[in-house]
Design a protein around this ligand. Structure first.
Ligand code: ZN
Length: 182
């Protein structure tokens, strides 16, 4: 998801490989409609991927970024919904266990630069995932955290926010969508 300006925090970069800015896939790149595969083991390759996903997300002022948006097939996304850039969280093999209520947000997406549309999602969610250290995480999320988690989990299933729009909204932004391909 997209967001306002924030500084790049490289203080927590792991001592694995050199940090790198990753290339973000822009719609209609076929990777965006690809269902990702579960992570079996958190290898050095996975840790480097996560490190570089954080760098790329902060650099592009995003609040969330999924692995297939940077050309990887793994079920991983990173997220930081804070304004200060100090709530970095990586979710591996994320699952939405239960959803409650309903909310609508005007969402953006780093794979759809400059495009925003209103999407209806759960107001709060119970989730499970693995963290960067391989530990099990169980959380109840609401507000933007819940929106972002749902947006990114959809990415990992090959579904973009654009795929969730009804015909009226799709029609409203279809010119902008067509311009993305150029
Ligand atoms: Zn997105």
């Amino acid at each position: 998801m997209e967001k306002t300006e924030q500084p790049l925090d490289t203080s927590q970069i792991l001592d694995t490989d050199l940090p790198a800015l990753l290339n973000i896939r822009i719609y209609p790149d076929p990777m965006l409609n690809q269902k990702c595969e579960p992570v079996i083991e958190i290898t050095r390759e996975i840790r480097t991927l996560i490190q570089n996903m954080f760098i790329t997300m902060y650099e592009k002022n995003g609040v969330g970024l999924s692995a297939n948006q940077v050309g990887s097939k793994y079920r991983i996304f990173v997220m930081d919904t804070s304004q200060s850039g100090d709530r970095r969280r990586a979710f591996i093999n994320p699952i939405i266990v239960e959803g409650f209520g309903e909310q609508k947000w005007k969402e953006g997406c780093l794979s759809f630069p400059g495009i925003f549309a209103t999407v209806k999602r759960y107001e709060s969610i119970k989730v499970e995932a693995m963290n960067e250290s391989g530990g099990k995480v169980e959380l109840r999320l609401e507000g933007l955290d819940a929106i972002c988690f749902q947006h990114e989990t959809c990415h990992l299933d090959g579904i973009t926010f654009y795929d969730l729009l009804g015909p009226v909204q799709k029609n409203l932004i279809k010119k902008k969508i067509a311009n993305l391909k150029k």
